[in-house]
Design a protein around this ligand. Sequence first.
Ligand code: FMN
Length: 425
Amino acid sequence: MPDRSPSILLGVTGSIAAYKSLDLIRRLEGEGISVRVVATRNALPFFPVLPAEVFSGHPVETDLFNPRRPREEGGGRVSHLALLDKSDAVLVAPASADFIARMALGLADDLLSTLLLSATVPVLIAPAMEEAMYHHPASTGHRKTLLERGVVEIPPEAGPLASGKSGLGRMAPVDRILEALLPVLRTVRPPDGPLSGLSVLISTGPTREPIDAVRYIGNASSGRMGNALARAAQARGARVTLVSGPTDLPPPPGCDLHRVTTAREMQETLESLFPSHQLLIMAAAVSDYRMKDPVTGKRKKDGREWTLSLVENPDILKGLAARKRPGQFLVGFAAESSLDPSLLLEKCRHKKVDLLVANDISRADIGFSSPDNEVVLVTPSGEFRTLPRADKSAIAGQILDAVVAGGWPGHPAPFQENADGHSRP
Ligand SMILES: Cc1cc2nc3c(=O)[nH]c(=O)nc-3n(C[C@H](O)[C@H](O)[C@H](O)COP(=O)(O)O)c2cc1C
């Protein structure tokens, strides 16, 4: 159980919106969240420091080296780690264009940027700037870099701007900032649930196998199912590690995110993470084949046929099943064009998974890029259950509930205690 209230480090940077951070501090404190404020030097002309100190109950920090800070809070030495020790998340609100650029580049030239470079907790940013600055390719690129690193953006809204113009760039209202932050804090300090204290490893999205410098073998997996499983596991109290192939979806906040491209990168990453997790869910659509010899550079048109020679990729699921230790539980997804029960059972046993989740890729209304899914759960002992078509979030919840209710933790056979509604082939 948590031994203290949730805590955040609030970074305030040099935007006209910095005055709104005062209201943010009051609302956060009202939610029982303790706030430590770190402001950039350029935020100070915009930011009411004394009221912020009164509302937060702590000094507003600006200096990297502050000999007056108490020793247990890093006084007399470089303080960034001590200030982070007590933070469950970092929220930069407002985040100026300049500060976002510094974060993306990994600069550490003041207290706030140094803290962010050291932070291992979730980071959220609420940009505030003129519309032209927000849409500038440099700013767009920096935000993209940050999103790829798992930083959560709370996008600005449209309205009157400090310049007198109207447009996109006003810092998100405090309600929207809280809406984004509170779920993140709940996942960092997870609620009590059936998966409390457990670490869940989930693979998601497609993989890409290069053909040449610009072309690749991919598939239509959107990553929605894996993301929904991640959120469902978090809601049940688990800590979640997500290994994601290339997708356009933002990862669920609060996950430990590892991005990969090829099947072999996914294999390497999962193999290194698997030993420290109790539950593995393989929802990624991993390419079965890769180019035998990818072409260097871009192959130009030459009027001739081009035959690609492919070799099989390793069977990641089977490899991980072979390394499974007692106490670990493995869920594998199978994309099938027919859901023949005897073939599914054979696959479940052959792959040595504790639960196989099969979806029918011949149907256009479910699976891959669709928001919905319908799946059949299969256990090695030959039990089958169909989860009828529903939104992927609902399916994800039902899959985890099935794992928890019947087979996790500590019950060797899933569904054992839940015999109603199970059928045998
Ligand atoms: C009156 C005024 C308002 C400003 N408002 C913003 C703003 O809303 N967003 C922004 O990105 N920069 C704004 N700037 C520019 C930043 O303050 C400037 O880029 C500064 O270097 C940011 O420093 P920091 O990122 O270290 O806080 C403003 C500058 C002035 C003089």
